[in-house]
Design a protein around this ligand. Structure first.
Ligand SMILES: *[C@@H]1O[C@H](CO)[C@@H](O)[C@H](O)[C@H]1NC(C)=O
Ligand SMILES: *[C@@H]1O[C@H](CO)[C@@H](O)[C@H](O)[C@H]1NC(C)=O
Ligand SMILES: *[C@@H]1O[C@H](CO)[C@@H](O)[C@H](O)[C@H]1NC(C)=O
Ligand SMILES: *[C@@H]1O[C@H](CO)[C@@H](O)[C@H](O)[C@H]1NC(C)=O
Length: 922
């Protein structure tokens, strides 16, 4: 009825896929939330954008207007709009068809001279020919100049006007005239007291009174241009350190100029934001002075005005998405990483992966399905992200070529999944993984925006270093998103498209490098993580060079092996036990003439844990010989720490034996674990179940892994549920998280038995069960052992008695005895145990009485009146004992007494004690 061949790759994949789908269906809320996350973010962005847009349509953000009739409210048609009615921010939005003409100004350093006193400024000059330079520079400033009352505007260009107001970024409005700083009429003579004029000046929109002061400029000759440098430098220094005012307005070097040609250097102060806007006035002054020197004082070369180029209306736009994109979208995309990592580490922490492996799930299907699942999740997530963003019209998405976006995100999510696989090998705890990955996500975003973006923008920063930083996937992602944002912003501002494929060849566009880096990393990381998984993960336990299998040497050097063997045989010689020797002979016989009826054969199995932190090394299992035929339930008893779990771990492939071999169904556990898994069932000590799957789904999954199909599968699952009392009352379809401890235990046993495994290991299957459930469990195991070998560990002697055909008592890593329960009782229990409780005065009487019964009695327990003796069976007659007690009762008060045959428990305690006593002797 049951297909004996192991499940194919396809069957395993199918089983895992179905299980995962069910699992995800249970987690549907989380999944939907996750996928809706981009929607929520998009809505948030859109709300923010519309808020910003709304703000930008307010009058405060548009070109300023006033009503024609000076009233406060009026129709749009009655409004006068323009730069003259705007403040600095509004001005940027205005259309300026006819920019205002401003008189050219000479830049002055900050002026602090007193209100009613005229101010003096120094000018430095040098030249190859001092007399020539003196002549020219004397012509630069008029001797006396006053505002012309008749036509001020016309007179301005022929005077030299100076201002210490900061020039703006553009010249639509000249701050010297719009601010309250005075205008200086620069000349070589000033009245002692300030002339304190003011003149009406027509600036756009309104006339303003402009305060005018006199500024005296004095020329000083210096011997060389380096003297000037020194002086300016010191002046600046002094100004800074002593809080004194720097009064040098300008400096000129006439070089080799003479009547035949003018060659001049002009010093200017660019510490002021846009000092360059005022340089033309200096140059004009020199040229004018030179012409006057050549052609006479009446020659004039006027600098009439400066004026900006007209500009159209430019509404202020603010693309929130592109502005935020770097940091914000990096976080959105990276957010999947903790989700994937946590999910992988969860299966590892809960040992679910190894559990699946022990029931025959290969690494191939596991990787394929997990990878496929995360890829599907990521793709849907990113699709939602891009779709919602596009639907809401975020330029970040709509302007850039969708094929570039698709390729970029696709490569990145693959890289991200591979990274999660890689890192999951190093985490064993979900909490650590969650916390550290979220820190990683936030850290990457912040470092990207605060630190990495800075380097991208500074063009002098070496490109090679940027590429180095992009090797970190988080920065590569940041760079890609940054490029998208840049392209979208540029496209949006210039009204063209964002990034197109041909833009990738542009060397300033980092997208090409990012794509190359990410796709090569994807391949490398995927290979490395598969390799590390194979080496590190428990269960496969491959050596780091597993792919060189053919060339490998034996894992243990022969010398070391010899040493271990010798050490082993010494111990062996000292404490050979009859039945253990027999078992050993049986194993040797079986190895010589292999038969089919022994499912498990262990040949001199050893497990050595090397010493750590100064503790000596320890043999957890030593020279274990064991043969378990099919149809037998072998019970393994032993005190805690005796090595039972180490033994089982070796048998189920969690650890490798240090030496020796074990064969399951004729297959070596050291080399063919993958094939053994297909016919093996394990009920681990701690239940390894998915909280959100039901019992039935567990059994269906493991049944499929064991290659059960169709009606056979349904039938097997049904049977299994019924036999373990999990069928009725809807238990089978309840999620395991809601099961009681006993139900989980029974489900674990059901899982270990499904699919007719040939070998089953049960580690304390009945712990935590109530007596009724235990009885039911025993029946199932009894039924199950008929055609398979079961190795069972337990601490309940009752259970061992009821279930096991043979028992082995395991102490300090080796079997102390092997045999049928009756046999053991007979061998180790050649005594009765006699107990009597009296008052402590009569202890001696009791002892005498026992001595009379048999001189070979042995006191094993003594505590305030209660004594226990071992009486050899062959020297005792029941009738004599009863008679002696009757006699004793007449002499003194007997509170209680008892006589019992040896139980398995006594055997166990005796064997354990003997072994330990032997240990302390050696
Ligand atoms: C210096 O310039 C004056 C004119 O200002 C000229 O007469 C004189 O020859 C020049 N001296 C030299 C050495 O070139
Ligand atoms: C400039 O040179 C003249 C003569 O060559 C000299 O007397 C004067 O001290 C110099 N001035 C300075 C500041 O070095
Ligand atoms: C102007 O002066 C500089 C520096 O002394 C000199 O190199 C250059 O040849 C001069 N130009 C003319 C046209 O004399
Ligand atoms: C240059 O401009 C700065 C800023 O206005 C000012 O503090 C400094 O004194 C100026 N230096 C000179 C030499 O004028």
């Amino acid at each position: 009825m049951v297909d004996p061949s192991p499940a194919s790759f396809f069957t395993q994949t199918n089983a895992l896929l179905r299980k995962n789908l069910t699992f995800q269906k249970r987690n549907v809320k989380t999944n939907i939330l996750l996928i809706l996350f981009p929607l929520i973010l998009s809505v948030l962005l859109i709300s923010l954008q519309s808020l910003v847009n709304h703000q930008l349509t307010q009058p405060e953000s548009k070109c300023g207007c006033v009503c024609r009739d000076n009233s406060t409210t009026c129709n749009d048609s009655d409004k006068l709009c323009g730069v003259q009615y705007s403040d600095q921010t509004q001005m940027a939005a205005c259309a300026i068809p006819q920019p205002h003409e401003w008189p050219p100004l000479f830049q002055l350093p900050p002026v602090y001279c007193k209100e009613n006193v005229s101010c003096a400024f120094n000018m430095l000059f040098t030249s190859d020919n001092q007399s020539f330079a003196q002549n020219v520079s004397d012509n630069m400033f008029p001797i006396e100049s006053y505002p012309d009352d008749i036509d001020i505007m016309a007179s301005l260009p022929s005077n030299v006007l100076g201002s210490d107001a900061m020039p703006g970024a553009n010249n639509f409005l000249e701050p010297a005239f719009t601010s309250d700083r005075p205008i200086f009429y620069l000349q070589t003579q000033c009245p002692r007291y300030n002339f304190g004029y003011s003149f009406p000046y027509q600036i756009p929109g309104n006339a303003s009174e402009k305060e005018v002061r006199c500024g005296q400029v004095i020329n000083f000759w210096r011997n060389s241009s380096s003297d000037i440098d020194t002086e300016l430098y010191k002046g600046n220094q002094r100004g800074k350190s002593e809080g004194r005012i720097n009064d040098i307005v300008s400096a000129f070097d006439f070089l080799n100029s003479n009547e035949d040609g003018l060659n001049v250097t002009v010093w200017y102060n660019s510490t002021r934001k846009v000092g360059l806007l005022r340089i033309p006035r200096s140059v004009n002054l020199i040229s004018n002075a030179y012409l006057k020197f050549l052609l006479g004082p009446d020659t004039k070369m006027l600098f009439e005005f400066v004026k900006e180029i007209p500009k159209p209306e430019t509404p202020i736009r603010l693309e929130v998405a592109s502005l935020l994109s770097g940091l914000f979208f990096t976080w959105v995309v990276l957010l999947l990483f903790p989700v994937i990592l946590t999910s992988l580490v969860y299966e590892k922490q809960q040992k679910l992966r190894i559990m699946m492996k022990m029931h025959g799930l290969g690494d191939g299907p596991y990787w394929m399905i997990s990878y496929g699942y995360f890829l599907a999740l990521s793709v849907i997530y990113i699709l939602c992200f891009v779709t919602f963003g596009s639907v809401f019209g975020l330029k970040f998405f709509t302007l850039n070529d969708y094929s570039i976006q698709f390729i970029f995100y696709f490569i990145y999510i693959n890289l991200q999944i591979s990274m999660a696989f890689l890192l999951s090998s190093f985490y064993s705890n979900v909490k650590t993984a969650t916390v550290s990955s979220y820190i990683g996500v936030f850290g990457t975003g912040l470092l990207g925006s605060q630190f990495f973006q800075h380097f991208i923008q500074v063009s002098s920063f070496a490109r090679e270093w940027i590429i180095c930083m992009e090797l970190y996937p988080g920065f590569a992602l940041y760079r890609g998103l940054y490029e998208f944002a840049e392209s979208a912003t540029n496209g949006s501002n210039s009204g063209t498209n964002g990034m197109r494929w041909q833009d990738l060849s542009d060397s300033a566009n980092g997208m090409k490098e990012v794509l190359i880096i990410m796709s090569s990393e994807w391949v490398v990381v995927l290979c490395v993580s598969y390799y590390i998984d194979q080496v590190l993960s428990t269960g496969s336990g491959k050596s780091p060079l597993f792919f060189l299998k053919g060339f490998q040497k034996k894992p243990l050097s022969s010398l070391k092996k010899l040493a271990i063997q010798r050490q082993g045989s010494e111990v062996l010689a000292q404490m050979e036990k009859e039945d253990v020797i027999q078992e050993r002979e049986k194993v040797e016989q079986l190895l010589l003439e292999p038969t089919n009826d022994h499912a498990i054969v262990c040949d001199d199995l050893k497990k050595f844990y090397p010493g750590r932190d100064g503790n000596p090394g320890k043999f957890a299992v030593k020279e274990l010989f064991l043969a378990v035929p099919r149809g037998e339930c072998f019970g393994m008893l032993g005190p805690n720490g005796a090595g039972k779990t180490s033994f089982i771990s070796m048998m189920i492939g969690l650890t490798k034996p240090t030496s020796g071999a074990a064969y399951v169904q004729g297959l070596d556990v050291r080399t063919h674990m993958d094939r053994i898994y297909t016919s093996m069932g394990v009920c681990p000590q701690h239940d390894l179940l998915w909280e959100s799957l039901t019992g039935r789904e567990h059994l269906l999954f493991y049944g499929r892994l064991k290659n059960l199909k169709g009606s056979v599968l349904t039938h097997a699952v049904e049977e299994s549920l019924k036999s373990l009392n999990l069928f009725y009352g809807g238990v089978a379809d309840k999620q395991c998280g809601k099961y009681s401890g006993g139900m989980k235990r029974r489900l674990s046993v059901a899982i270990s038995l499904i699919g007719d495994p040939k070998v089953v290991y049960m580690d304390e299957p009945s712990t935590g069960l109530d007596p009724a459930s235990r009885k039911c469990l025993w029946n199932v195991i009894k039924l199950a052992k008929q055609d398979r070998a079961i190795i069972l560990t337990t601490h309940s002697m009752e259970e061992a008695d009821a279930l096991c055909d043979r028992l082995g008592i395991f102490v300090d890593g080796s079997l102390q005895c092997v045999g049928y329960p009756k046999e053991l009782k007979g061998r180790y229990g050649g005594t009765y145990v006699f107990a009597m409780t009296t008052s402590s005065d009569h202890e001696k009487d009791v002892e005498n009485m026992v001595q009379r019964l048999t001189p070979n009695a042995n006191k094993i327990y003594h505590l305030s009146g209660t004594q226990k003796f071992e009486l050899p069976k062959e020297e005792i007659k029941m009738a004599n004992v009863f008679r002696a007690i009757e006699a004793a009762k007449r002499n003194f008060t007997v509170f209680a007494w008892g006589l019992s045959d040896t139980t398995l428990e006594d055997v166990f305690i005796k064997v354990a004690r003997e072994a330990q006593a032997f240990d302390t002797l050696t």
